[in-house]
Design a protein around this ligand. Structure first.
Ligand code: HEM
Ligand SMILES: CC(C)=CCC/C(C)=C/CC/C(C)=C/COP(=O)(O)OP(=O)(O)O
Length: 314
């Protein structure tokens, strides 16, 4: 018998499934990291202006960027619904598993990008709104389709990936300056060990779906390891650029060197993928590098913020 209670239970189950699907669509962990990097840019920009970073402009900029980032993640999954369905890591995503329809995902993603960018234009400034829109477009319309065409895609994807802290800076300052470019460079370089580890970890998945990451296009691991290693070495001088610019002090510099050496250490261990290791061991060293990459970045940015312009803490 269909009772009011059973109808209400079904509706509530549907609502919680939809909520869980929306959560998955916005890629919460990546979005959170994007917000952390943008917040760092905003914070440092405010200190450069000599104003407190704890203001309503901060909240407005974060909300606008989070909504656009969420929309970008959604449209990425709309476009990749077929390839996502081929890979165990992504097969249960709401678009891939067809729990959310094409039109539903498309409208939701577009709405988030348009409304988030408009919100930024009204509350923050035009350059921040335009750069955020450009970031979303380059991620969705250039990087995402390119993944199936060329391994250059990851290099291209590193541009939208690196823009959020620069955008955080423009939200505070209204224009692009050298410290913002330094933040962009740090993020840009950081991504290579991060995604080469992921590419190696999921190379079988990527090959199945026809996605041309380095580990698929050049099997054996030499090119994958060489790229990760090159950028992990470059990471150390690039992370010191804010010290040269006076954006952060020497204490940050020391911490950046220590963190950079740790990132380099795990990347050096990753180079062992080129040997004939048991698959479980090879996966472990790639997973360790991925983990260290997502620990390294917030720690580096936190050190930069705490020692901003040579001050200690706030
Ligand atoms: C071309 C650039 C990038 C590529 C190809 C890439 C790819 C990926 C992939 C496929 C995962 C999922 C790994 C898994 O499920 O095990 C991932 C995880 C992640 N990525 Fe990236 N990413 C890139 C750049 C970025 C950027 C710019 C950020 C943020 C600033 C970021 C933050 C994260 C975080 C926080 C995770 C979650 C790690 C975890 O679950 O432990 N990524 N990335
Ligand atoms: C402000 C704003 C709009 C920021 C957006 C920037 C952004 C989302 C960068 C992510 C970088 C990136 C290339 C991630 C990998 O996606 P993937 O498609 O390779 O990951 P997947 O395989 O898990 O789908």
């Amino acid at each position: 018998m269909v009772t009011a209670a059973s109808i209400s239970a079904t509706q509530s189950a549907r609502r919680s499934t939809l909520f869980a699907d929306y959560k998955e669509l916005v890629k919460p962990r990546v979005t959170l990291m994007v917000m952390i990097t943008a917040a760092a840019g905003f914070y440092l920009g405010c200190l450069r202006s000599g104003i407190s970073p704890f203001n309503t402009q901060f909240l407005e900029a974060m909300i606008g960027m989070a909504v656009v980032t969420a929309g970008s993640g959604t449209l990425n999954q709309v476009i990749e619904r077929r390839t996502d369905a081929m890979m165990p890591r992504t097969a249960s995503r709401p678009m891939a598993a067809e729990r959310i329809s094409f039109a539903h995902g498309l409208i939701l993603g577009m709405l988030c990008i348009v409304l988030g960018s408009a919100f930024l234009a009204v509350t923050t400034n035009l350059i921040t709104s335009m750069l955020t829109l450009l970031t979303a477009i380059s991620y969705v319309a250039i990087y995402t389709p390119l993944k199936r065409i060329s391994m250059v895609a990851t290099f291209v994807g590193a541009f939208p990936g690196a823009l959020p802290p620069l955008i955080g800076w423009t939200a505070a300052r209204g224009f692009i300056e050298w410290p913002a470019v330094a933040l962009f460079a740090i993020l840009f370089v950081w991504q290579f060990p991060h995604f080469e580890a992921i590419g190696w970890l999921y190379r079988a998945d990527y090959a199945k779906a026809g996605i041309r990451v380095t580990a698929v296009a050049k099997p054996g691991g030499v090119a994958t390891a060489a790229q990760a290693l090159f950028y992990a070495v470059v990471m150390i001088p690039v992370s010191l650029w804010p010290v040269y610019l006076g954006t952060a002090g020497w204490i940050y510099g020391v911490i950046a060197i220590v963190l950079g050496l740790a990132y380099l250490w795990y990347t050096l261990k990753f180079v062992r993928i080129t040997r004939d290791l048991p698959p479980a061991e090879s996966r472990k060293i790639a997973r360790d590098l991925l983990k260290i990459s997502v620990i390294y970045l917030p720690l580096l940015l936190a050190a930069m913020m705490l020692n901003a312009q040579g001050r200690i803490f706030f």
